[in-house]
Structure formats: structure tokens, C-alpha cells
Design a protein around this ligand. Structure first.
Ligand SMILES: [Fe+2]
Ligand SMILES: [Fe+2]
Length: 215
């Protein structure tokens, strides 16, 4: 079995990331229910239901959206295995076998994705139109919040993976902690991905990938 799980690059350790305390507390990822209208001002011209058929939807954006889809699906699968374990439908052995390889891939893909966004995509979007700066900075702050929860999730997963199979009481306690962390990740990521897409995709469609990405 591939464990302990390795910490990915941990974007939240970077000093230069915007601090989420710099924003209205109601806009924090774990508090908001969406972005202010004027931060997603292109969405009215490019509503979500028109994205997939739009002629300006290029390969970069399609791939990026497919990675978001992977995060949503895998996050729900992990949380679902957590529920199965919490409610006694699978054994601790089945739970460990189900989560370890999938979680490692999920964490590494998420870390890589955040790095590309922070260092490649987001600077280009902010340079394209200064009206996006506030929204993009909030998305960067979201990454810090997600990564802090990821850190927590790795610790609880490793506790679970290291606990001897005959220590039922500890297994139950750490299994519950992991399942709780999975639930929080699904919620945080769901909000972040929806908001990020509502800023980024309309901009991509409006400008076209060639102009925006310099390719
Ligand atoms: Fe992101
Ligand atoms: Fe993203």
C-alpha cells in the first residue's frame, strides 16, 4: 500500500499568497455563497449554459474544465467512502485500500493545478483586465484555505493508514476525522471551482485563448 501519503507542494506555505483576512469575512471561501456580481461582470454575456458550444472555447479551457470535473468527482468519491466507513458499510481495511492511491493522485493533481493557476494563469488574467484583480486575489486566497484543509486531510489519512487493524477504537476516531475532513474539502472545492469558472471561462471566451494565453 502506498503510504504514508506524501505532502504535495503545499501552496499554502508560500509567503506571497494573499491573506484571506484581507477580504470581507463574508467573502471567505468557507463563508460565501457566490461572488459579488461586479467581480464576474462578463458572466451575463457568457452564461454557463453557453460555454461548451461556444466557438472560442479552446483546448486549454476544455482541459482545465476537465480537471475541475475530476476534482468534483473524486472529492465526492472520497467523501462517499468516508460515509461508508463511518456508517459501517465497509471495513477499515477496505477503507484504507479504497482511499490511499486515489487520495495521493488527487492531492498531487490539486497541488499542481493550484501552482499553474497562481503562477501562470492568474497573472495573465489580472494583466488582461484590472477589473479582475480583486476576484483573482480572492481565488488565490481560496487556494490557501483549501491547502490548509488538505494538510489536515493528509494528517488524518496518515493517522488512519498507520493505525493497527486490531485497534478498533482508534480506527473509528481517526476514520471519523478523515471523513469530516473529506466533507469539508468537497464543500470548499465545490464553491471555489464554481466561482473560479465564473470569472475565468467568460474571460477566455471573450478574449480567446490565443490573445489571453499568448499562444
Ligand atoms: Fe483554483
Ligand atoms: Fe482551478
Amino acid at each position: 500500500m502506498d503510504y504514508p501519503l506524501r505532502q504535495a507542494g503545499l501552496v499554502h506555505q508560500k509567503n506571497e499568497m494573499p491573506n484571506s483576512d484581507a477580504f470581507d469575512p463574508q467573502l471567505r471561501l468557507d463563508a460565501r455563497s457566490g461572488l459579488p456580481e461586479d467581480w464576474r461582470f462578463l458572466l451575463a454575456d457568457y452564461p454557463r449554459e453557453t460555454w461548451t458550444a461556444h466557438t472560442n472555447l479552446g483546448e486549454h479551457t476544455r482541459f482545465w474544465l476537465s480537471i475541475h470535473r475530476y476534482f468534483r468527482i473524486t472529492g465526492v468519491q472520497l467523501a462517499s467512502r468516508g460515509d461508508d466507513y463511518r456508517e459501517g458499510r465497509i471495513s477499515s481495511h477496505e477503507f484504507r485500500t479504497a482511499i490511499a492511491p486515489r487520495l495521493q493522485q488527487f492531492l498531487e493533481t490539486l497541488d499542481h493545478h493550484h501552482r499553474i493557476e497562481d503562477h501562470v494563469f492568474f497573472p495573465k488574467f489580472m494583466a488582461a483586465d484590472r477589473r479582475f484583480v480583486k476576484g483573482i486575489e480572492l481565488l488565490e486566497a481560496d487556494h490557501s484555505i483549501v491547502d490548509a484543509e488538505v494538510h489536515q486531510m493528509i494528517n488524518t489519512a496518515n493517522d488512519l493508514l498507520r493505525t493497527p487493524a486490531d485497534d478498533g477504537e482508534t480506527l473509528k476516531r481517526v476514520g471519523m476525522a478523515f471523513a469530516g475532513s473529506s466533507d469539508r474539502i468537497v464543500k470548499l472545492l465545490g464553491r471555489h471551482l464554481d466561482d473560479e469558472e465564473e470569472i475565468v471561462v467568460p474571460l477566455m471566451l471573450d478574449r480567446g485563448e490565443g490573445e489571453l494565453m499568448g499562444g
